[in-house]
Design a binder for this molecule. Structure first.
Ligand SMILES: Nc1ncnc2c1ncn2[C@@H]1O[C@H](COP(=O)(O)OP(=O)(O)OP(=O)(O)O)[C@@H](O)[C@H]1O
Ligand SMILES: [Mg+2]
Length: 451
């Protein structure tokens, strides 16, 4: 198997395990160097040119986590695999966040070792080959990685495509994680401005006193610390698009300044009142209802009308569950890379039942996590604990009627009731209708059956 990925550094304080692994790995054709503590592992790494590092998490002198962080800082291309004790999967997730490529749970056999190594090597190769390609793709952005198969999302995408052709100001409204930024990018990269910059301003993350300079720039000496002239984001977005994210959080005085920019197409740098013409297409987004903020006098009505020339409302994921299987598929490909992951029908059922308060972002994180911890190529319900736990809190019983053979009458009845309640999201009146019984009968039976 090894070709250009040949030199392995193995760091584990268990000398026996080192011996066994060294033997197995050299049989597979690798060239192995071992260390039994963190500091000597690190110094070996600095001296040698390793392609792969396999390290335990518990090490004397320096934890595996620290070693991993240091090595990743030195070399972003080396493959890092960690060895964890059984039952410390959360550590493995943390490690993958710190840059580990994969992990092995003790005890593991030779075939698992081979599989994990092969997978990591393939991934690395693919990454190297694809970086160039992906950069190009990104610049030519289309709706390629924007999934929207439900009827509502198809309308959203149609609208997105249509507004992209023009220069109108767009307001994107949707709950957190629904894909507002993705839509904003799609607008830019499908517009005549696509070869110029797409500049994001995240309104809540910029300190109030710096916001004005951030947006409009400043001249030298405008305030303490303004050592030289600086362009603001509006100027950086010249002939491109400026994306004002979470616009609902913009403070009153800046709302007034922004309104002027929209009206006059001019900005003034902080510390200089000479107006400068700007040509930036404005796309704004908010997860708040701007209408409500306007009613509460927290957002200027005139600015709202200026921004809201076209609104693209992105519905929450729970209102477009038809998209879920396609999104799941997309994320399985995205995070599984060339490993062909799929999902069991039980797991997909669970995902379909869940309400996804964090919308697509939550779904994406769930799939990413599931792939990290799954030892199978088919994602099952056991790696979806966070959402199954959540669902259980709502209804702590099986949701399927399933096979009725071998079930008692009362059990069948109980399941029919639960099924009806699930379908009606817990609405008893509707559930009774569905079961074709009066509501009081339903309530009586529920009590009796302990539903
Ligand atoms: N329709 C979609 N197809 C594919 N991926 C999506 C889709 N919608 C959202 N995502 C993914 O979900 C994540 C969240 O999307 P994005 O950041 O655009 O949402 P947002 O509405 O701006 O969220 P927030 O309000 O939290 O900033 C991103 O990783 C994005 O790629
Ligand atoms: Mg966002």
């Amino acid at each position: 198997m090894p070709d250009q990925f040949n030199k392995i550094l193995l760091v584990d304080d268990d000398e026996n395990l080192n011996k066994v692994l060294s033997f197995q790995l050299s049989q597979m054709g690798f060239d192995i160097t071992t260390a039994t503590d963190g500091p000597s592992g690190l110094s070996l790494f600095k001296r040698g040119s390793f392609d792969i590092v396999i390290t335990d998490l518990q090490l004397p002198g320096m934890t595996g986590m620290e070693l991993l962080t240091s090595i990743r800082r030195l070399d972003k291309n080396v493959i890092i695999l960690i060895i964890t004790a059984y039952g410390t999967v959360e550590n493995a997730i943390e490690a993958s966040r710190l840059g580990a490529d994969d992990y092995l749970t003790k005890p593991f056999g030779k075939e698992t070792l081979r599989f994990i190594l092969e997978k990591a090597i393939q991934l690395r190769k693919l990454k190297a080959e694809n970086i160039q390609l992906r950069n190009e793709l990104y610049q030519k952005y289309d709706f390629g990685n924007l999934i929207g198969r439900s009827a509502i999302m198809e309308d959203v995408l149609k609208l997105t495509g249509k507004v992209a052709e023009s220069d109108v100001t767009v307001l994107i409204q949707g709950e957190s994680g629904t894909g507002k930024e993705l839509i904003a990018r799609a607008i830019h990269y499908n517009s005549p401005r696509k070869d110029k910059s797409f500049i994001t301003v995240n309104c809540p993350s910029i300190p109030e006193n710096l916001m004005e300079s951030e947006l409009f720039g400043h001249v030298r000496g405008a305030f303490t610390g303004a050592l030289k002239d600086r362009k603001g984001k509006f100027q950086l977005a010249e002939q491109g698009t400026i994306f004002l994210d979470e616009i609902g959080d913009l403070k009153a005085d800046l709302q007034a300044r922004l309104l002027r920019v929209l009206q006059e197409k001019e900005i003034e740098k902080v510390g200089d009142s000479t107006p400068i013409k700007v040509d930036a297409r404005i796309v704004a987004a908010t997860n708040k209802k701007l209408e409500t903020l306007v009613q509460q006098e927290r957002f200027r009505e005139d600015l709202y009308y200026r921004l809201n020339v076209v609104t693209i409302p992105i519905p929450p994921l729970r209102d477009r569950k038809d998209d879920i299987p396609f999104l799941v598929d997309h994320f399985l490909k995205k995070y599984g890379k060339e490993q062909a992951y799929d999902i069991s029908s039980e797991a997909l059922d669970l995902i379909m039942q869940y309400d996804w308060p964090g919308n697509v972002r939550e779904l994406e994180n769930t799939i990413e996590r599931a792939i990290v911890i799954s030892r199978e190529k088919t994602i099952g319900i056991e790696v979806l604990q966070p959402i199954s736990r959540n669902l259980k809190q709502k209804i702590a019983l099986p949701t399927e009627i399933g096979e009725i053979e071998n079930l008692s009458f009362s059990e069948i009845e109980r399941r029919a009731i639960i099924n009806a309640l699930n379908k009606t999201k817990g609405n008893q009146t509707k559930a009774a209708k569905l079961l074709d019984i009066p509501r009081h009968v339903l309530l009586y039976r529920m009590k009796k059956l302990g539903v």
